[in-house]
Ligand binder design. Structure first.
Ligand SMILES: *[C@@H]1O[C@H](CO)[C@@H](O)[C@H](O)[C@H]1NC(C)=O
Ligand SMILES: *[C@@H]1O[C@H](CO)[C@@H](O)[C@H](O)[C@H]1NC(C)=O
Ligand SMILES: *[C@@H]1O[C@H](CO)[C@@H](O)[C@H](O)[C@H]1NC(C)=O
Ligand SMILES: *[C@@H]1O[C@H](CO)[C@@H](O)[C@H](O)[C@H]1NC(C)=O
Length: 772
């Protein structure tokens, strides 16, 4: 096959950008250096690309961050006068933050994307969060204060952590302050695993309300919730699950010569998890209690914290069955302890736990809003809570993404939706914003431009900021009145300098999936010097985790916004002489339930039948799209698993893979994500997707990259693949980064090194040693 002549193609391009300030990682190779530094070199070439806004001062103002020459700046707008100002002195804030964190921050590259005022009516301090910590910084009104100072706000008592949400860390004591009844008369807490009660504020010996609590079946003080009338409370009794620990050796710590052993509470699929049993305690003469019959909520995955009705007649909690085939809202009568299911979702496949939505109208005693996929699309329903009647609010071949606001008095809901223009061939992943009445009347559309919209309403709903873009439309930000009319265009992104440097906006490409009917949406990124008369090998960037969709839909190509938007990483790879693509195959989210269900108990599928057809559809149109030597593929985490599986299960099509931080065998990975898609109990579907169990099928060539201290995906997963490949006498490359986390080479150091290794692997393998 004829490939573009790499060296001559890239020499010209390398002159376009100044790289003088960067330390070259591979001094011997200017082409690789250029790709490695592309992100840093191009990052600040845009102007006026705004992030979604944030309101303050009761809607009198809003602020946002946007790109400016050499970085990012924050801007505040007064919504009445439209006057603009700097909300703070960025240089002073940068030096205050640098001082407390012992890290150097610059005014135009502050380490956060949003801020909020410490108090909504007070301009003297803001709160910012980054690197897992939050800081309160005094800035003085209008950013004029001399003394900028940042402190960490005092943190209140923290609840006991739970490993991936389902197993309590019993090494950490429960947060157990006396919990006072609303009338201030009583306080309840836990002593020696049992619930006790005493007069508020007294030091008397507490009365023991339960006697059945033991270390193996204890009352959890963090679950105690009093009824509003102070005559009763609920507490959950907990049978603790298996506290599995993952152990990692940090071979090369910075702090000492000798290795350090780390352990982490890390429940895995199939492990026993905490089982919660609600118990209702009456605070009256008899001091009785009722253990709530669990018939309606067997083998729970999780029970939410109970919520009382205002009249104390019942309490309510959410239930998800382990294995995810059923979800319910359970109401418990506080007089009798009898249960009823207000609403039940059943699935032959899965109910998606993280996307559940319940909104109690008022205290929920009459109505609640509910989201269900029962008709095949994700829609809003109005549930009459006394009798459980359920009426659709939204309907049609499209889906509700997020509920943005509910007005109980006007009985209106504002929400974002996907796919409402799909009939017209428009991208079904674009988010548009709508308003609808509780009774499903008066569906009103607020966004019209064919793009993905992030809308942020003012607190009183009189105004909103709409920030929208596409991968090929730089971000536009507009202020609108509630009726949709435009007040002012706030920002219009300018990418002229980026384009002049060689950036080409990705192209959107649509092809039919495995059923010859369903549209599969993806992106094509070409080298900056793409020449249609030449041929290019193809590399796919994959992430096929069923929890979302992943092809970027908004403009920002640099990867700081919604996860996975790393067009620039694809561009950097493409510039070395490839066409790089990404698509969302069946089995990912944000389409209909049937589309999503393809992933159920079949993570090896990863949408490959759709992906392969998509590639062939591009190749059928473009002679330069060269599939003849085999396709390359790379991805991280679940995308790492898919990258290896591409070579195991589709080795006739995919031949070269770079797999980062993969969960190669779902039995090795965290319980939450994996049981959501493969179910429980653990069955043969886990083995069917395992790169360890199928290592003998390896065709083609793979580079495995792993962070030694990955706390998301157990790094032993990679070593088990390595072990299996060795036993099968298969060749592979392995790069382990000591000390690195799950983000290895993607957003944290040594990002340049790891990126270079990916770029180099594909060049070596797919351009047949022409370079590098
Ligand atoms: C739906 O609700 C709106 C607003 O509350 C009301 O004006 C309208 O009559 C209702 N429509 C139906 C069909 O009940
Ligand atoms: C889709 O079309 C191809 C080619 O025409 C055909 O071989 C295949 O059976 C079709 N698949 C389905 C699911 O209809
Ligand atoms: C839902 O998606 C599936 C798979 O893409 C498709 O076959 C089906 O027609 C869709 N259902 C509706 C009602 O559009
Ligand atoms: C790779 O390059 C070598 C030496 O130029 C050549 O003999 C070989 O055919 C090439 N292989 C492929 C797959 O293009």
């Amino acid at each position: 096959m004829v490939h573009v002549n790499l060296l001559s193609a890239l020499q010209g391009a390398a002159l376009l950008v100044a790289t003088a300030s960067r330390v070259a990682v591979a001094a011997a190779n200017p082409d690789l250096d250029r790709s490695v530094s592309l992100r840093a070199d191009w990052m600040f070439l845009t102007r006026d690309i705004a992030d979604p806004a944030q309101w303050s001062h009761g809607g009198k103002r809003f602020h946002y961050r946007k790109t400016v020459e050499d970085g990012f700046a924050f801007l505040e707008v007064f919504s009445c006068s439209l006057r603009r100002r700097d909300p703070f002195n960025a240089a002073k804030l940068a030096s205050a933050l640098s001082e407390v964190t012992q890290t150097t921050y610059e005014a135009l590259n502050l380490p956060f994307q949003t801020f909020s005022y410490a108090s909504d009516s007070d301009d003297s301090a803001i709160v910012v969060s980054f690197g897992g910590s939050s800081w309160t910084c005094t800035i003085g009104e209008g950013g004029s204060a001399e003394a900028y100072e940042c402190v960490q706000p005092p943190s209140g008592p923290r609840n006991r952590p739970r490993g991936f949400g389902v197993v309590r860390d019993l090494r950490v004591p429960a947060n157990n302050p006396p919990r006072r009844s609303p009338d201030g008369v009583w306080e309840a807490f836990v002593e020696e695993d049992n619930v006790v009660l005493r007069a508020a504020g007294s030091t008397d010996t507490a009365i023991t309300l339960s006697r059945d609590g033991t270390a193996d079946d204890f009352y959890d003080p963090e679950t105690i919730v009093w009824s509003p009338d102070s005559t009763k409370f609920v507490a959950y009794r907990v049978r603790p699950g298996f506290a599995r620990e993952v152990v990692r050796v940090e071979a090369a710590p910075r702090s000492q010569k000798q290795p350090i052993v780390h352990t982490q509470l890390y429940p895995k699929p199939g492990d026993a998890i905490d089982q919660e049993q609600p118990v209702l305690f009456y605070v009256d003469e008899a001091l009785e209690s009722i253990e709530i019959d669990a018939e309606l909520f067997p083998t729970p995955w999780q029970l939410s914290r109970p919520v009382w009705r205002r009249d104390s007649s019942e309490f309510v909690f959410d239930y998800q069955r382990r294995g995810h085939s059923q979800a319910r809202v359970i109401a418990v009568d506080s007089g009798t302890g009898t249960t009823r299911a207000i609403v039940t979702e059943e699935a032959d496949t899965f109910v998606y736990a993280d996307r559940r939505y319940r909104y109690d109208v008022g205290d929920g005693s009459e109505e609640m809003l509910w989201i269900s996929e029962r008709d095949g699309w994700r829609h809003l329903y109005l549930v009459s809570t006394p009798d459980g009647t359920i009426e659709p609010i939204t309907k049609g071949d499209w889906l509700v993404r997020d509920v943005l606001r509910v007005d109980n008095e006007k009985r209106l809901i504002w929400f974002s939706a996907n796919g409402i223009d799909a009939d017209e061939g428009k991208d079904p992943y674009f988010k548009h914003v709508f308003r609808i009445g509780f009774n499903g009347s008066d569906l009103t559309r607020l966004t019209t431009v064919d793009a993905s919209h992030e809308v942020v309403f003012s607190p009183d709903m009189s105004l909103y900021v709409d920030t929208y873009s596409r991968v090929d439309l730089p971000t536009i930000s507009e202020l609108h009145r509630a009726d949709g009319s435009l007040v002012e265009t706030l920002e219009t992104g300018d990418i002229s300098r980026l384009s002049a440097a060689g950036f080409r906006v990705p192209e959107v490409f649509v092809a039919k999936g495995r059923d010859n009917t369903t549209d599969i949406w993806g992106l094509i990124v070409r080298p900056h010097d793409y020449d249609p008369s030449k041929t290019y090998p193809v590399i796919e960037n994959i992430y096929a985790g069923p929890h979302d969709s992943f092809v970027p839909k908004t403009f920002w190509p640099f990867g700081y916004h919604s996860g996975g938007d790393k067009v620039i990483g694809m561009q950097a790879q493409a510039d070395l002489g490839f066409i790089v693509v990404q698509m969302d195959g069946m089995g990912t989210a944000n389409r209909n339930k049937t589309f999503h269900d393809v992933a159920w108990k079949d993570l090896a599928d990863s949408g490959f039948p759709d992906r392969i057809l998509w590639h062939r559809a591009v190749a059928a149109q473009e002679p330069s799209y060269d599939l003849s030597g085999g396709v390359g593929i790379y991805g991280a985490s679940a995308g790492g698993q898919s990258s290896l599986n591409a070579l195991l299960f589709h080795g006739d099509f995919y031949r070269f893979a770079v797999a980062y931080a993969g969960c190669y065998d779902n039995r090795m990975d965290k319980i939450s994500w994996n049981e959501q898609w493969l179910g429980w109990p653990v069955d043969e579907s886990y083995s069917a997707a395992s790169g360890v169990d199928h290592a003998e099928k390896l065709e083609g060539q793979i580079l495995l990259i792993n962070g030694e201290q990955d706390s998301n995906v157990d790094p032993a997963s990679t070593m088990q693949v390595v072990d299996a490949l060795i036993r099968e006498d298969k060749d592979f490359e392995l790069l382990v980064i000591p000390g690195a986390e799950h983000t290895v080479g993607r957003s944290t150091e040594p990002i340049d090194y790891v990126q270079r290794r990916q770029f180099d692997f594909f060049v070596r393998k797919m351009l047949n040693g022409t370079s590098i």
